[in-house]
Design a protein around this ligand. Sequence first.
Ligand code: GUN
Ligand code: ZN
Length: 441
Amino acid sequence: MNGGTLAIRARILTFDGDPRLDPAATTYIEDGLVIVREGVVEALGEARDLVPALPHDCRVVDHRPHLLMPGFIDPHLHMPQTQVIASYGTELLEWLSRYTFPEESRYGDKSVSDAAARFVLSELLANGTTTAVFFCTSHPQSVDSLMTEAERRGLRILAGKVMMDRGAPPSLLDTPRRGYDESKALIERWHGRGRLSYAISPRFAPTSTEAQLEATGALAAEFPDMAIQTHLSENLAEIAYVRELFPWAQDYLAVYERYGLVREKALFGHCIHLTEREKASLAEAGASAIFCPTSNLFLGSGLFDRAGLLAAGIRTGIATDIGGGTSYSMLATAGEGYKALALRHQKLPALQAFHWMTAGNAAAIGLGKRIGRIAPGFEADFALLDSSATPAMRRRMERVETLGEELFLLMTMGDDRAVAATYANGRRVHARGGAAALPPV
Ligand code: GUN
Ligand code: ZN
């Protein structure tokens, strides 16, 4: 499956804009064709219009009746936490010290980080996720492992080594100088190489001294277009701790603001307990707030206020937050997001959820012109979904009459079983049940 032109026939869904604001921005083609050349979408349209004009050497794969959509984007997860998921009984700060930091301490070992990188990328592809933004550990090796594996598979990912110089076991700590130098060396090695990008990654305010935040701000200023990722206002005890550590700051966000870390493509995980000032400031800066519903429910952190953040004009994303989060599936994440929002008496219509997982997350991480849509010039990353994947789904499908109902079923009942195949960079990188279970490409 190298070179040449590939045409995929399927039901096709993509969003050219947010269906919350523009109902006409949703494109759904019942018998559609997408033509891919050299990893990029060349054309999208009705099969009856495009099939007659296909080049004679074009390979055609027929995936009807499955639903082809842009690959999912997961804008916040932790590569070294695949063996932290399902750790019992704690809230954030105890969960970090009891489970997470000891586990992350293992990642100085190349064999540990190589194995985790292989696993996490395979698992994401099995779930239809083609782009993700990863926190690695403080060990530069963990970034090398992940980037090497993502490059081998042709994936567009973002990742960074966490910078942390206090509040954790010594084996995980860097220093302001080392955090800066190691991050810079990784940027030089990986940023912009093929489909890989670096994300500057101060873990969160409690694990960085002011000297480290200062050095992080200097790095961010040297790379003004680079993504930054951290955590913000996830848990009430965390917020109280930040108030103790930074008595001069009027609120949590003010710590990051002081060091120039609040800007476009700055991704703030959680953002649950924000003040009005913090909301106004995030909106003004064009920063992104990332909703992590399974994590927020699992760690008892609180309930994200989607309606309030949207009303404030803040760009938002939705993510798994593995391993505080409990599922690799963006479908399951959206389904849990629906429930978490319901507890705040808010709604998450299915079309908006699918837009959020694709074009919405692409915009939130600053890649809205490259990924997240099926459109000419966009990178050919797709998820192929099977709405009748299980007996329970098939039975429920018998009563489904609209696309909205079908999508809501997928996000409520779906997971990796509903992902029939995944394409990245124009190549099939996952086939449910093995390559023989699908038509050849
Ligand atoms: N805040 C700082 N580090 C972490 C982490 O690893 N997971 C979560 N959920 N929150 C954090
Ligand atoms: Zn996180």
